[in-house]
Design a protein around this ligand. Structure first.
Ligand code: AMP
Ligand code: MG
Length: 521
């Protein structure tokens, strides 16, 4: 039992830091530093993803064993694990920030499951590493619950993401100044084990490039292509291969952005160290879900003035981030045209994916040029009228296009005055929409099915997560378990679970954790 197979290619194939001391330092010429998790007082399994455990081949008995909580709380290693912290840099809020690295994440190893899939197991909050800078290497329960739940919710929504295996309470308290206002408080600590085929970020390439270390940059690129992009096997070599690889990164990132816009997810901190080379959603911090549709909204209080990472801006930011990656990779190229071509691939892929999502969200059998304008107009009205995105699109599937009314979207309005102001225009839009749907030859049931597969009924609304966090902080983890269960089937109507599909209640409008989040985690 608990005897998985590991094949640790990252530490085997890439140069590591010869210094194995724990001290904080600048690490040159190395992709990682070996470091073990720091044991915690009382590791206790609070929640786990049965889905992910099964995928990895852990039985229920494995999960229930004391060893499981010990290993995934950072108190023990399994044979074959070779823990390390990765070395990377990044652009934070538009500025080059130098070396960052895994300050509180520690990879345990690359596990190979029974199907031959490679899954990197990584603890977040496992204690200090050479990259912890001035921080403690730990994570609080509230942010760990948020990462745990959202990873799994996103996966079940069909959005590329890192996964979560487990949430372990540490039995320790740590100090955080949640509002950065000089009033730190003690909060319970936790460790999440997150899982992905690769945790390589744009920043892994940016750091050696910033130091003009073309050798390490090339090693990383070759490694990443070999391990993480098996589909590129046989696709040329040298610069042609690097170019195609970069283009694939652009494609994956574009597809991810279209998904975020489709489901109403705002990452909150799209720094280049938080951009996965595989186009996965990674590093769940002060993220949020759009309640009333608003392209200008960001949950991140640290970003409230500039709003760089606001909902509607995310595709543009991703493009900018890819530009930084391209700049780093240019060290491997004689000229930049192949990289420009990759960036163009981002634009075309995003436009295609967004057009396809528009058609799916509106229940159109095929997408036409003019549908983009139809969607844009709707989005303007949703913003103006302060209308709930999730409830509106879900309700739209129930509109009878032969006599369209707003009745199926009745619950989506937050403010009666704003509703009144926007209602005439919204009715007009609905008429146009109905006319567009009637033109096509798609039976009503099929249209509804198509829409309900693209417009979730349940998303991890910020206030829902916060309620589960409040309960967990009181010692009752059931709210987390229930929420995880609901989020496993976001597109199904789940009888008896209407409470999870309601619009944000008034009390949550301005409450910390519900509409505003800081980076403190
Ligand atoms: P983030 O904004 O969460 O992506 O974090 C940016 C950088 O800060 C990363 O290098 C993290 O590893 C590091 N970091 C964040 N929180 C902590 C912490 N509590 N201890 C050590 N490093 C941290
Ligand atoms: Mg990060």
């Amino acid at each position: 039992m608990l005897n998985p197979h590991f094949d640790n290619r990252f530490v085997r194939d890439l140069p590591g830091d010869p210094d194995t001391s724990p001290g904080v330092r600048q690490v040159h010429g190395a992709a990682y530093s070996r470091v073990a998790p720091t044991p915690v007082a009382q590791p206790r399994l609070l929640a786990y993803s049965a889905d992910m455990a099964r995928r990895l081949g852990f039985s229920e008995a494995d999960v229930a064993s004391e060893d499981f909580a010990r290993v995934f709380g950072g108190n023990a290693l399994l044979p074959g694990m070779q823990p390390f912290a990765a070395n990377y840099g990044g652009h934070q809020f538009g500025q080059w920030a130098g070396q960052l690295g895994d300050g509180r994440a520690i990879t345990l190893g690359e596990m190979i499951n029974a199907d031959g899939e490679r899954w990197e197991l990584q603890l977040k909050g496992a204690g200090p590493t050479p990259y912890s800078r001035s921080a403690d290497g730990r994570a609080v329960l509230r942010s760990s619950i948020r990462e745990f739940l959202c990873s799994e919710a996103m996966h079940h929504l069909g959005v590329p993401t890192t996964r979560a295996l487990s949430l372990v309470g540490t039995g320790e308290w740590i100090e955080r100044d949640m509002f950065y206002d000089g009033h730190p408080q003690m909060e319970p600590g936790a460790v999440v084990c997150r899982v992905a085929p690769s945790f390589i970020r744009f920043g892994n390439f940016e750091l050696p490039a910033s130091r003009n270390d073309a050798e390490l940059l090339r090693q990383l690129a070759d490694f990443c292509i070999r391990r993480d992009f098996p589909e590129l096997r046989g696709v040329g070599r040298g610069q042609a291969l690097y170019a195609e690889w970069f283009a694939r990164v652009c494609e994956r990132t574009a597809v991810l952005m279209a998904h975020w816009i489709r489901v109403g997810f705002v990452h909150g901190v799209m720094n280049t160290d938080n951009m996965s080379i595989l186009g996965l959603t990674i590093d769940y911090g002060p993220y949020g879900w759009v309640d009333n549709f608003d392209p200008g909204w960001t949950p991140n209080t640290t970003d409230r003035y500039q709003r760089r990472y606001r909902f509607g801006q995310q595709p543009q930011v991703a493009y900018w981030n890819l530009g930084r990656l391209a700049g780093s990779l240019s060290l491997l190229f004689d000229d930049t045209e192949p990289l420009q071509a990759g960036l163009r691939r981002f634009v075309s892929t995003y436009l295609d994916a967004d057009r396809e999502n528009t058609a799916r969200k509106l229940g159109l059998a095929e997408s036409r040029e003019e549908d983009t304008a139809l969607m844009q107009h709707l989005q303007d009205l949703l913003t103006e009228g302060e209308i709930d995105m999730t409830l509106f699109f879900r309700g739209l599937a129930d509109v009878d296009v032969h006599s369209p009314t707003l009745a199926p979207m009745e619950d989506a309005f937050y403010d009666p005055a704003r509703r009144e102001a926007v209602e005439p225009a919204l009715r007009e839009w609905l008429e146009r929409y109905a006319a567009r749907v009637v033109q096509q030859d798609l039976p009503a049931a099929q249209r509804r099915e198509r829409m309900n597969a693209a417009n979730p009924r349940y998303v991890l609304r910020n206030y829902l997560a916060q309620q589960a966090i409040d309960r967990a902080t009181e010692g009752d983890i059931a709210g987390v378990t229930e929420l995880l269960e609901v989020m496993r089937h976001p597109y199904d109507d789940q009888p008896g679970r209407d409470a999870y599909a309601r619009r944000r209640p008034d009390w949550a409008r301005e409450r910390a954790g519900c509409s505003m989040l800081s980076c403190s985690s």
